[in-house]
Every structure is written in structure tokens, then in C-alpha cells.
Design a protein around this ligand. Structure first.
Ligand code: KIV
Length: 273
């Protein structure tokens, strides 16, 4: 495909992710929330694009992920899907769309799949949400799990600190990961947990484990694209590696445009009809 950085431009499937784990090939995952960014992220060779409910923070400016609605997630996911040829697109099920009633959860997951054209959904939680996950899988919809720091439960945790440092929480996380894999989740995101624990889960669970703040032993890594591109200056947790400083690049470019307009330098003779 023209403009693609990777040679293997076949569409990524859940089955290929499983093969990548088996053959020890790492999985690269990033978020996207709109068409233009998704096109760049896909073309650069990212294997999985997550339409994260972090859109609530990055796109809408909310403090938490809780306010984003199903309709808003569908809008973001539909825009992303239009920009993607190769990556597997996963859409987060937002807060309140799967925790209340498993039947409702299937209806909401079906809406996401039908109205966006994405490939899978992601849900936060362990055995508590297993009935909903089972029904969604029974409907033929691939599910990615999410354990550790689950931002939809931030009000219960009361802090964004590292999760599962204590033995009982670590043991629950291990049994949750096992249960999610056994029921048929195609992958599990582990967020902000000790690297040793993530390594143990990665080695003991047959499905791909994607880490964020969970160390290098995971089968793959995910970051919020705005964070790794340096567009979000106020957020710098230890696990984040910044690959660019787009906040500065964009501010400089826009500042130059303002100067050029005010000085009467833009547009020049070649930039008019
Ligand atoms: O919503 C999101 O961006 C996420 C990632 C942080 C994994 O769930």
C-alpha cells in the first residue's frame, strides 16, 4: 500500500496477534480518535489502534474517562475506521454501557460493531463482568480485556497510583487474567502494574498481553498517541516515552502563521489566484 512503512500490509486479525505472541513478535498498539491521526498511525505500522475512552480526556478535555457516551465513542471509532487499512481497530466500551446488565452490554457492543465497522471492543474489569463478556463473545464480537489500573473505576480507587502491588490484589489480577483468557478474550491490556507481575501473567496466559506502564516483558505495548507525541505537556508519568514534542512544534508553527498574517506576509503573490 502506498505510503505504508511496513512491508506486510495484510489486515491484522485477532488470529495474527495470537501468532505474534507464539512467535515472540512484539505487538505495537496506539490510540487514535479521528480520521487524520488514524491514517498516520496505521501507515506507520501500528498493529492495533485503540479508540480509547481516553478520548474523554484528550479530545473533550474531561478530567476522567467517565463522561464520554456511547454515541460519542461511536463517532470517534467510525472516523478512525475510515482512516485505517491495516491495523486491527478496537473500540472501548464506555463507562455504564456494560456494567449494569449483560443483555444491555451485548446490545451496546452490537451497536459499536454495526455503526463503526471496527474489529473488536475493549472492556475494563475481571470476573465481575464475565457474564457480559461471555454474551458479547457469543454474539461473535471479539473482546479485549483490561486489568490493573482501570480508569473507569478511578473514583473507587481514589488514585492513579500503581495497582496490584499487594499480594491479594496481584493474586486477583492473575486469576482475572486467566478467566478472561479462558472465556475467549483475544488479548488483555494490563495498565500500571509491577513489571514482574505483568511478566508472570504474560508467561502464564495464552493470549497476547499488552502493557501500559507494565514493563517490557509483555507481548506488546500501548500508549495514548497524544502523550507519546508530546501534545499533552502536563502528563509525564514514569512509563511514558515521548517521541516528539508536538506541543512545541505546533505552537511555533501556529505562532509563525499569526505573525505572517499580522505582518501582511501571508498570503504572498504565489499563494493567491
Ligand atoms: O482509553 C485508553 O486510551 C486506554 C489505554 C490507556 C489502554 O484504555
Amino acid at each position: 500500500m502506498a505510503g505504508y512503512l511496513v512491508e506486510d500490509t495484510r489486515k491484522v486479525t485477532t488470529h495474527r496477534l495470537f501468532e505474534m505472541k507464539q512467535s515472540g513478535k512484539k505487538i505495537a498498539m496506539l490510540t487514535s480518535y479521528d480520521f487524520s491521526m488514524a491514517r498516520i498511525v496505521d501507515g506507520a505500522g501500528v498493529d492495533v489502534i485503540l479508540v480509547g475512552d481516553s478520548a474523554s480526556n484528550t479530545m473533550a478535555g474531561n478530567v476522567t474517562t467517565l463522561p464520554i457516551t456511547l454515541d460519542q465513542m461511536i463517532y470517534h471509532a467510525r472516523s478512525v475506521v475510515r482512516g485505517v487499512k491495516r491495523a486491527l481497530v478496537v473500540c472501548d466500551m464506555p463507562f455504564g454501557t456494560y456494567q449494569i446488565d449483560p443483555q444491555d452490554a451485548v446490545r451496546n457492543a452490537v451497536r459499536i460493531m454495526q455503526e463503526t465497522g471496527c474489529d473488536a471492543v475493549k472492556m475494563e474489569g475481571g470476573v465481575e463482568i464475565l457474564p457480559a463478556i461471555k454474551l458479547i463473545l457469543d454474539a461473535g464480537i471479539p473482546v479485549c480485556g483490561h486489568l490493573g489500573l482501570t480508569p473507569q473505576s478511578i473514583n473507587k480507587f481514589g488514585t492513579y497510583a500503581v495497582r496490584a502491588k499487594e499480594e491479594n490484589e496481584a493474586a486477583k489480577l492473575c486469576s482475572d487474567a486467566k478467566a478472561l483468557a479462558e472465556v475467549g478474550c483475544f488479548a488483555i491490556v494490563l495498565e500500571k502494574i509491577p513489571a514482574k507481575l505483568a511478566e508472570k501473567v504474560t508467561k502464564s496466559v495464552p493470549v497476547p498481553i499488552i502493557g501500559i506502564g507494565a514493563g517490557g516483558a509483555c507481548d506488546g505495548q500501548v500508549l495514548v498517541v497524544h502523550d507519546m507525541l508530546g501534545m499533552n505537556q502536563g502528563f509525564s508519568p514514569k512509563f511514558l516515552r515521548r517521541y516528539a514534542n508536538l506541543f512545541e512544534v505546533m505552537t511555533d508553527a501556529i505562532g509563525q502563521y499569526v505573525t505572517d498574517v499580522k505582518d501582511g506576509d501571508f498570503p504572498n503573490e504565489n499563494e493567491q489566484y
